[in-house]
Design a protein around this ligand. Sequence first.
Ligand code: SF4
Ligand code: SF4
Length: 335
Amino acid sequence: MEYRILGNTGLSVSEVGIGGIPIQRADAITACQLLARASELGVNFIDTARAYSVSEEYLGQALEGLRDRFVLATKSGAKTKEDMSRDIRISLQNLRTDYIDLYQLHNPNEAGLEQILAPGGALEALLEAKEAGVIGHIGITLHSKELFQKALELSWVETVMFPYNIVETQGEELIARCKEKNIGFICMKPLAGGALDDAQLAMRFLAVNDNISVVIPGMASLQELEQNIVSYSNKEPLTMEEQNRIAAVRKELGTNFCRRCNYCAPCTAGISIYSVFLMEGYFTRYNLQEWARGRYEALGKTAIDCIGCGVCETRCPYDLPIRDMMKKAVQVFGK
Ligand code: SF4
Ligand code: SF4
């Protein structure tokens, strides 16, 4: 395992860390096994969030006896000082620690960021917690390029987390600016939220970019953990054959695909929006028609139940035409 310095935090982090989203789908025992093996392999960075249901709690259990081997990052979508203070307390409790290395603002939009920065906003709570030694550093996670640009001008931002992968390269120049400004860059969504099925190629694409401080693929099994580390260890320039495969993936996926972030929820009609698109992807891209149809039908509410209210589209950070995509899913599955 190689280590990189996480910008001006000065923290030495393994180039591959653990993204905490899939831990929700696992269980506490799997989380314990994952962290124990990760530590053996030299992984020392974990990222989770208040919003990832049981992820903080499972990780807290798994960190018993291992806490000092990891740089621990979490985040909250709180906008006010009061809410952020409460969330920091809950994170500490869930993670069973008295210190969190990095606490991040979780994907605010423009209005949210204004509220965070205003008197009585969440930043005050983070600065106080840092002053009190409860958190070590302050970062921000974003999906909007405009806000990424803005974040680079905010003096208190020590790390930025942003999606970057084969089909989402819109932040590439800003990622390079992070390095110039000595701001740590945490690469999220290396597999485009599961849309990239060739994990090895996806990790190779990232491994050759040394502007990335740490990449955090979501992992919930030992096999995924080991595979990701092996793929990332190859720093040779991309071969022509790999470049051709990357071009083919880009051509196939384009940019209008769902990253499964679930920010569009809740759907007015009770549809699990990302599940609809996930099953449609399995059906159309991966030649798993019967398997995908069975799971699609088991969802209960499906694309046919969409009433076209459009609320979800106002929440999707990728501006996806969700209503049109629902219509396409109806065409694919017939319901
Ligand atoms: S437009 Fe359709 S998918 Fe979106 S929130 Fe409304 S009902 Fe749900
Ligand atoms: S539709 Fe948009 S907001 Fe909803 S899960 Fe997909 S990418 Fe995320």
